[in-house]
Ligand binder design. Sequence first.
Ligand SMILES: *Cc1c(COP(=O)(O)O)cnc(C)c1O
Length: 393
Amino acid sequence: MKCGNGIEARQVNELFINIDPIQAGGRLTGDAIKAIIAYGDGYSVCDNCRKPNRLDCISKPPIAEFHRDVAAWLGMDAARMMPGARRGFQAVAHTYVEKGDPVLLTSLSHYTEFLAVEEAGGVACEIPVDEQHIVTPDATAAKIDEVKQKFGKAPVLAFIDHVDYQYGNLHDVAAIAKVAHGYDVPVLCNGAYTVGTMPVDGKALGVDFVVGSGHKSMAAPAPSGVLATTAERATEVFRTTSIEGDVTKRRFGLKEPELMGCTLMGATLVGMMASFPHVKERVKHFDRELENNRIVMEALLSIEGTKVLSEYPRKHTLTRVDTTGSFDRVAGTHKKKGFFFSSALSEKGIFGIIPGATRVWKFNTYGMTAKQARYLADAFVAVARENELPVLP
Ligand SMILES: *Cc1c(COP(=O)(O)O)cnc(C)c1O
């Protein structure tokens, strides 16, 4: 099937079990797909836009209600939808960071957090992780002290990943935020892998901002995401415009400069909204997701020489493994070299492992059924056996 102009219809999620680390939590629901078709036109959500002429105030479709629901669901007072988590980081960095200001990141921070700091003129100060690849409250305090020594002031902002993209490890954001607040450092919790996959309560975490990614973890089209904050911080990051034209004396009411007025229009926003009831429900069943991950991990670890690099037992479904001692040994002699692995998996209907990767790689079991988890577990073992790798009973 073709979409025209040489574009083939993509059929990955229809034909495969998709364990791509960044795609598993973003796969659309049927309702989101319907919403995309109905609201594909860019300004379609503006049909019933009335004063104060702002996206988050539109009541038909129920966009205003959605904003309130999302804020409450995240334990925060206000929320805005953003074109990706990165645009949430950008809005916050641009509000608080001035040229030369130190900003706290971690040794596992995502590049988009770095770029947000860079664009605001800040200096990246990474909290080092411990041997288990965990960011600790102690390391946070030590880093803030070091920054104070060096810059003569505390960091103006801290970006802390709830679950990092490299290991999928869960970091104690609540304890870290407590330390940072002891130095009056506002804290942004990066929930790109958690908002929409597991319960996230910004109030319980004690953070100033919660950022989520719609297309990574909320079953929403790209680019979409959320920035939620407290009532106090909302007056800063969601401040309204004050600019005035010198000739026309025009002013722009309640438009918010960090959002360039309005953000997600049409399919992205309505797709996100359509998936939201499903997302709210699914986060309550994260235990099942961990159970599926366990089934797959136990199978992988039964293949001699395979190691898990993420914390174990797992607290998230995004997992990093090292198969240098197993699948990579096959790559050395196989005629397809390292591609034998992704190719064998593909033949079994599994998608999402980087073609050619046989040493260190990541996968994400989020959103699969128990039956699919067992199938995936058996598939890994079968690929090992087919290639004469020893498998523990
Ligand atoms: C994917 C990811 C992002 C970027 O999310 P977007 O919504 O694509 O901007 C940021 N941080 C982490 C930890 C991520 O994994």
